[in-house]
Design a binder for this molecule. Structure first.
Ligand SMILES: Nc1ncnc2c1ncn2[C@@H]1O[C@H](COP(=O)(O)OP(=O)(O)OP(=O)(O)O)[C@@H](O)[C@H]1O
Ligand SMILES: Cc1ncc(COP(=O)(O)O)c(N)n1
Length: 277
């Protein structure tokens, strides 16, 4: 790593199986060539089969971690993942306003792949009112976008409408991820601050090994922003990276296995950029 290596931060939860949360973020940061710092807001006892236990970090300790980083490091971009409850959401929002951590990518993690709740339902209002207005980009999956927008999503028009609603709540730019579902073609929708939009389409990899896809794409985009890329390029490069980590899979665990963050696969041709669909 050279002296020019940008520093980024993740504020999220720990996954003991190493596939999602802060583990996925740090592996992605390293693969993208940035330096990653971390604030642990929760520990989870978790594996590829589910979440067995959760321990939230005491609020004072969350604040101390943020302050320690702000006092010493030069963070260029930040992402948040699992935040757990409304108190932590409010504290992180205060930290984002108090310290300069650069451009902010919000992955509004609500559930693990197996369905376990990673955000109390009563914290959704705090995410909407306190975090969305601070974001450079928010990256909901379909169920999260339905909850944030209050609108059902059954087709592409619904995705566009939900993204517009989320933007009206204060998010500058929106990436609505299309990974959920069974269709063989996956379409992610991007609505930018100036009202322009585009889709990123790819072929679904038919695999159970998708633990941490959301963490990985948001961490890759955060890295790309810290490296100075424009948002549209950052999103495309983030999508290419997560696609390669899924396509070049590894066998770990007995359920929703993790991604291959160390992949050397280059998948430029597998992602289509579409302005009209
Ligand atoms: N089976 C798959 N094959 C190819 N790409 C996928 C697959 N599953 C997800 N992706 C891609 O991975 C990225 C993350 O999408 P997804 O909708 O899975 O997010 P997520 O549900 O937030 O992930 P997580 O479950 O980790 O929170 C998206 O760009 C999506 O298109
Ligand atoms: C600590 C933590 N953060 C985020 C996720 C979401 O990832 P996934 O939905 O792929 O399980 C997770 N399972 N655990």
């Amino acid at each position: 790593m050279s002296n020019e290596t940008p520093q980024v931060l993740t504020i999220a939860g720990a996954d003991s199986s190493g596939g999602a949360g802060i583990s996925a973020d740090l592996k992605t940061f390293a693969a993208q060539g940035v330096y990653g710092a971390n604030v642990f807001v929760a520990l989870t006892a978790q594996n590829t089969l589910g979440v067995q236990d959760v321990l939230m970090t005491p609020p004072d300790m969350i604040w101390s971690q943020m302050k320690s980083i702000a006092d010493d490091l030069a963070i260029k971009a930040i992402k948040t993942g699992m935040l757990g409850n409304a108190e932590t959401v409010a504290l992180v929002a205060k930290g984002l306003q108090n310290f300069d951590f650069g451009k902010y990518v919000l992955d509004p993690v609500m559930f693990a792949k197996g369905g376990a709740k990673l955000l109390n339902p009563d914290a959704v209002a705090a995410v909407k009112s306190l975090l969305l207005p601070l974001t450079e980009l928010v990256t909901p999956n379909m169920p999260e976008a339905e909850i944030l927008s209050g609108q059902a999503i059954n087709n592409r028009q619904d995705m566009q409408r939900a993204a517009r609603t989320i933007q009206k709540l204060g998010a500058k730019n929106v990436l609505l991820k299309g990974g959920h579902g069974q269709s063989s073609r996956i379409e992610d929708y991007i609505l930018l601050a100036d009202g322009t939009d585009f889709w990123l389409a790819s072929q679904r990899v038919h695999t159970e090994r998708t633990h941490g896809t959301g963490d990985t794409i948001s961490a890759a985009i955060t890295s790309q922003l810290a490296l100075g890329k424009t948002l549209d390029v950052a999103i495309l490069n983030g999508k290419r990276y997560v696609d390669a980590t899924i396509r070049d899979g590894i066998a770990v665990g007995h359920g929703h296995g993790p991604l291959n963050h160390g992949t050397k696969l280059v998948t430029e041709d597998t992602i289509e950029v579409l302005h009209d669909i």
